[in-house]
Design a protein around this ligand. Structure first.
Ligand code: ATP
Ligand code: MG
Length: 361
């Protein structure tokens, strides 16, 4: 069986370092590993509209931002098909049919959707489109027969929902769809990077992000203002590293070579953590180190972005070409789905023959 990746991001803002460690960095590695037959990367604008229906301009403006972030992180349109979700109308058709296989109570149980409803203060006025986005995500994944979906931890319930739809569809209509496997980051800190404010998740919608395209000065200001252990008041106080975002970011980004370059008094992160826990290590010193680590990670990304920013029409052209390629695959799957569901009346010769025989008696 072919190995196929499908993943993507909502164009609700520029991409941040949570996206980078949660999915983007891995995608680039997988892309360059040569182990996958096809890679589809989707800018999920239709999904972004499910909770931004009154702000289409925001979604429109951010398509190019996400595309530039992709290219600057090393996604390569020669190796990965980068496309825009709304341009593939076949995905809506798939969702329409999958909706029959999912119950309202099943959707209500989705913990990520529950948390997102609360975060957006939707309460009793949840848009139906938003409520059903896990079904739409199942269409995105299955349309490309994805076997592997590299995402952050918040996406686990979506992949679970997709698997259920695949099993149900195949059981009812015959083997047609492929069950995907989730690929989570292998480092715990990257599963769900917290915000700079210490909130559980760095998220475009919460305004607690360090963006990949932030300037050097912005990154420094954000890092120096980060939330740490609130009980670590004086340098000599023992500090906590577990729920401390500064250390969680170091877990996600720091490599031993960073210590050699920026903080040679410590061999590695374990040594730095031990000193912080013992007491005697100030937050400012740790933050300065984190700033150096982030700057050295982000600098090459910023530099490549500047290059791609010089030719914006070429980036739109790349997205258009990618969407054209993606549409062919999605149309093929939709056609298989419609045959399996027996809604292919006009290409089904046996049906026409059978009906004619019935009436010729
Ligand atoms: P929004 O607030 O609009 O939902 P978001 O910041 O949550 O935006 P998405 O576009 O929903 O970003 O997520 C894109 C991908 O990035 C998903 O695979 C998601 O799991 C991953 N991701 C998002 N935020 C984080 C995070 N803080 N840590 C790790 N992975 C993340
Ligand atoms: Mg999200």
């Amino acid at each position: 069986m072919s190995k196929i990746i499908l993943t993507g991001d909502r164009p609700t803002g520029k991409l941040h370092v949570g996206h980078y460690v949660g999915s983007l960095r891995r995608r680039v590695e997988l892309q360059n590993s040569g182990e996958f037959d096809k890679i589809f990367i989707m800018i999920a604008d239709a999904q972004a509209l499910t909770d931004n229906a009154d702000n289409p301009e925001k979604v429109r403006q951010n398509i190019i931002e996400v595309a530039l972030d992709y290219l600057s992180c090393g996604l390569d349109p020669e190796k990965s098909t980068i496309f825009v979700q709304s341009q593939i109308s076949e995905l809506c058709e798939l969702s329409f049919y999958y909706m029959n296989l999912v119950t309202v109570s099943r959707l209500q149980r989705n913990p990520t959707v529950k948390a997102e409803i609360q975060m957006r203060n939707f309460e009793a006025s949840i848009p139906v489109g938003f409520f059903t986005y896990p079904i739409s995500q199942a269409s995105d994944i299955t349309a490309f027969k994805a076997t592997t979906v590299p995402v952050g931890e918040d996406q686990l319930p979506m992949i679970e929902q997709t698997k259920e739809i695949v099993r149900k569809f195949n059981a009812v209509y015959g083997d047609t769809l492929v069950e995907p496997e989730v690929l989570l980051p292998n480092n715990k800190a990257c599963l769900r990077l917290p915000g700079t404010d210490g909130k559980a998740k760095m998220s475009k919608s919460l305004g607690n992000c360090i963006y990949l395209s932030d300037t050097e000065a912005d990154v420094k200001t954000k890092v120096m203002g980060m939330f740490t252990d609130p009980n670590h008041l004086r340098v000599e106080d023992p500090g906590e590293v577990e729920n401390n975002p500064v250390f969680i970011y170091l877990d996600a980004f720091a490599k031993d070579e960073h210590f050699k370059e920026f903080l040679p008094d410590y061999e590695n992160l374990d040594a730095l953590k031990a000193h912080y826990k013992r007491g005697g290590l100030g937050d400012v010193k740790v933050k300065k180190f984190l700033n150096n680590v982030l700057q050295s990670t982000l600098e090459p990304i910023r530099k490549r972005r500047k290059e791609f920013e010089k030719d914006i029409p070429a980036v739109y052209d790349m997205l258009k070409k990618g969407s054209d390629v993606a549409r062919i695959t999605a149309a093929q799957t939709l056609s298989e789905v419609k045959s399996a569901m027996k809604i292919n009346y006009f290409d089904d010769e046996t049906l026409i023959k059978m009906q004619s025989e019935k009436y010729s008696k």
